[in-house]
Design a protein around this ligand. Sequence first.
Ligand code: FEO
Length: 399
Amino acid sequence: MAVREILNDIYWVGAVDWGIRDFHGYSTYKGTTYNAFLVMDDKITLFDTVKKNKASDLLHHIRSLIDPRQIDYIVVNHVEMDHSGALPKVIKLVKPEKIFCSQMGKKAIEEHFHPKDWPLEAVKNGQTISLGKRTVQFIETRMLHWPDSMFSYIPEDALLISSDAFGEHLATSERFDDEVDFTVMMEQNAKYFANILMLYSPLIQKLLKNVTEMGIPIKMIAPDHGLIKRKYVGEMIKAYSDWSSCKAQKKAVVIYDSMWHSTEMMAKAVADGIMQEGVSVKLLDLEVNHRSDIMTEVLGAKAVAMGSPTLNNGLLPRMAGCLMYMRGLRPCGKIGAAFGSYGWSGEAVKLLNQAMEEMKFNIIDEGIRVKYVPTHNDLKKCVDLGKRLAQAVKAELGE
Ligand code: FEO
């Protein structure tokens, strides 16, 4: 990929990973990018690096502009290996005067790389440094999404280098938000939020409030993944505000797994009931939907219905895995309902309800259990469950 000047004397020098399809359990069907930015000022500064196996891409890009040894400073906004894996190679070559990171970042760098003589300089929240014509202000974003995470803000360009926030896993030859299809970008952006940041929603609310109170103008957001935002900065911040405040649409999802299609029949009947009440619904079979895509659908849905048959006194393994993943991400403000078929013991519905209780879902009733194969009457009860779920959605949304 070619180097791109994103602002006067500021260059994208990162790497595009077209082939990655799994990011520690998150499906990345559309690849990703590891963005790094080179600021040409009196102190030439590199913001973030890339994954270890992409170090040569980064260095090739830097070399097309300068000799890497001319770099004075490196800023490490985030120590996770997709942004720091190339650090040892880069530092060995560059021999930077200083490496700036957060206080927790310094610890994390030491614990990842065990360096002997790296010129690490921990910065505090709000601290500024001068690069010459520009300054950099560091904004600590602890636990968004690692303890070390921080943003770098360049006021002269109203540029926010935002680490993992506001990004998406999307490999493109384009670098800016206005050069791609908005819907495609936002789908991947929502997926990123749902799978990486959802559990930190209260902290995101606090951060957005702090940044608003700081009154800093932001004309461009340069995240460490995906597209640089210059046209849709406002839309991006609004989306984060909505998602982190549990705002949901008039929409439900029915997530299920099935052994011999009985729970599937029930899932369809629940979805029918939801539809009949005029609420949008998506039927998500765990056999064909990846858990990370399911979480993207859950993000914007007001209601979540979950169905599983009972297997060996428990849930089907795919449902158990999906629930474990979902519990970790802590979706907020959802209405829930459970259903499932069984042969003799029938614990699945109880287990689904327990999981939803833990996630503080508003569960509409004890759910529906059906022995072996549902009758027409059983399916009517499932339709009714769907209707009541949809009515609860409309009531909570004030309709
Ligand atoms: Fe993209 Fe948390 O690393």
